[in-house]
Design a protein around this ligand. Structure first.
Ligand SMILES: Nc1ncnc2c1ncn2[C@@H]1O[C@H](COP(=O)(O)OP(=O)(O)OP(=O)(O)O)[C@@H](O)[C@H]1O
Ligand SMILES: [Mg+2]
Length: 223
């Protein structure tokens, strides 16, 4: 089993959106997935309540001290991928999530106020000894004609902090927000849309990096 912590010390940076897209993409690839929702706001849990299907499993646990136990239970239950969604401004929970993670993913918007929170992120992952497996990904990147400069400056800022820059990013697209309100992901809401393609690319990159390859589908196993 692999564990991914999605952290960020700024609210609204797409942590839950990214965590849930990774979870649903992994399930579509045949993996058994569980998500720990450690945010007292319970966005992932509420998303699940709006959802028509019963997967992925969402476990509500705001106490970071319980993560190790939950990880071991998930492992025993046959979970292939455990994703921990954390709250912005909850440093101790983010630290606990990082400590048990194989990969730490940090979505960050390419704006000054957001990028400057990376110094705290850097300290958190350094304490958890996870700097080398931490990747910062630009999120909510504007799609307008002057977005290029924001991307360039955002990427340069991430690298200036000495953090790994993810080779993928997500733009601001209405499909993400619509999908979240419908208890879905963009891959389900508009499978051929740009957001779905983007989320699929993020999953492909993440799954290759952590080594959670797609399992053969039941039909292939039975054939
Ligand atoms: N790429 C995107 N394009 C458009 N809307 C987005 C995108 N990512 C997230 N959103 C919307 O922005 C809001 C914040 O996103 P989300 O809840 O995923 O962030 P978060 O980092 O988990 O926030 P919090 O810190 O409150 O937990 C939500 O309403 C979500 O639907
Ligand atoms: Mg959230």
């Amino acid at each position: 089993m692999k564990t991914i912590a999605v952290i960020g010390l700024k609210g609204g940076s797409s942590k839950s959106t990214v965590a849930l897209h990774l979870a649903v993409c992994a399930e579509a690839a045949g993996l058994a997935v569980a998500v720990i929702d450690s945010d007292p706001q319970a966005s992932a849990h509420k998303w699940f309540e709006r959802r028509e299907v019963e997967t992925p499993s969402i476990i509500r646990e705001i106490d970071g001290d319980a993560f190790t136990k939950l990880q071991s239970i998930a492992h025993k239950n046959g979970t292939d991928l455990l994703i921990i969604d954390t709250a912005g401004k909850a440093e101790s929970t983010a630290l606990a999530a990082c400590e048990i993670a194989d990969m730490v993913l940090v979505p960050v918007r390419p704006t000054q106020f957001d990028l400057e929170t990376l110094s705290t992120v850097k300290r958190t992952v350094r304490i958890a000894e996870r700097t080398s497996v931490t990747w910062v990904m630009l999120s909510q990147v504007p799609t307008g004609s002057n977005a290029g400069r924001m991307i360039e400056e955002g990427e340069a800022a991430i690298q200036a902090y000495g953090l790994n820059l993810a080779p993928v990013r997500i733009a601001t697209r209405a499909s993400y927000a619509y999908a979240m309100s419908a208890g879905q992901t963009a891959t389900e809401f508009e499978p051929r849309g740009k957001a779905a393609l983007e989320a699929g690319a993020v999953y492909q990159w993440v799954s290759g990096l952590v080594g959670c390859a797609a399992k053969p589908t039941r039909e292939l196993v039975d054939a």
